[in-house]
Design a protein around this ligand. Structure first.
Ligand code: MG
Length: 226
């Protein structure tokens, strides 16, 4: 029986990925690290330091030093905050949340993000839908996605088994993380990657948008599987 929905944040609840990608691209090129926008959509969900290591290994054949990681990640984060000064909720996210609440399911957020005002932002844009104790951020985990730890932590915070939850994810590595945690994973393809990449990551079903997910009959199926 399904008791909860675990939501990824960027690209699911917020239409923020293009700002993340721009912040990463600008920061990488300022450091002479070559990258393509698609790289950052493919790496979405990795922690900042892990993303920087991938860029360093491709460009310089080594990991970044801890100092380099700190400076570069701060620079990227500052640029993201500038670009994302007005956060845009994902079209259809509110409809999905209303559906989930109507069905009496818990709402949990599982993000690799470490923004200090994360809960306050969620509560501003989606008032009453989330509980401060049911959010997993960068500060709660040791390993980022695609490791299952973030989603396992989400289950643990609500005292749930994997079969009692579903995940909504937009990123290949986020899907891998949720699938590795053995949770039914719904992909929403809100970015530029082909559907096949999300399906290959293990998604159990796929929708082209949050709006399509809100309007789909998957919710009836989920509530009938009780
Ligand atoms: Mg995401």
């Amino acid at each position: 029986m399904i008791k909860a929905v675990l939501f990824d944040m960027d690209g699911v609840l917020y239409d923020s990925m293009s700002n993340h990608v721009q912040a990463w691209s600008e920061t990488a090129s300022a450091w002479g690290l070559k990258s393509e926008p698609e790289d950052f959509y493919l790496m979405e969900g990795r922690t900042g330091p892990a993303t920087i290591d991938v860029l360093f290994n491709r460009n310089r054949g080594r990991d970044a030093t801890p100092e380099e990681k700190e400076i570069i990640y701060n620079q990227k984060s500052r640029r993201f905050v500038e670009l994302n000064a007005v956060a845009q909720p994902m079209p259809g996210a509110m409809e999905v949340l209303e559906k989930v609440k109507q069905l009496g399911l818990l709402r949990i957020v599982v993000t690799g993000s470490g923004q200090y005002t994360l809960f306050e932002n969620l509560d501003t844009h989606f008032p009453g839908f989330f509980d401060k104790d049911l959010i997993v951020t960068a500060y709660d985990v040791r390993y980022g996605k695609p490791h299952p730890e973030p989603y396992l932590m989400g289950l643990k915070k609500a005292n749930l088994a994997p079969q009692e939850a579903v995940v909504i994810e937009n990123a290949p590595l986020g899907i891998e993380s949720a699938v590795a945690a053995e949770i039914y994973t719904i992909a929403v393809n809100t970015g530029p990657l082909p559907d096949e990449i999300l399906l290959k990551a293990g998604a159990h079903s796929l929708f082209p948008s949050m709006k399509a997910l809100a309007e789909s009959d998957i919710w009836n199926q989920l509530s009938e599987s009780e």
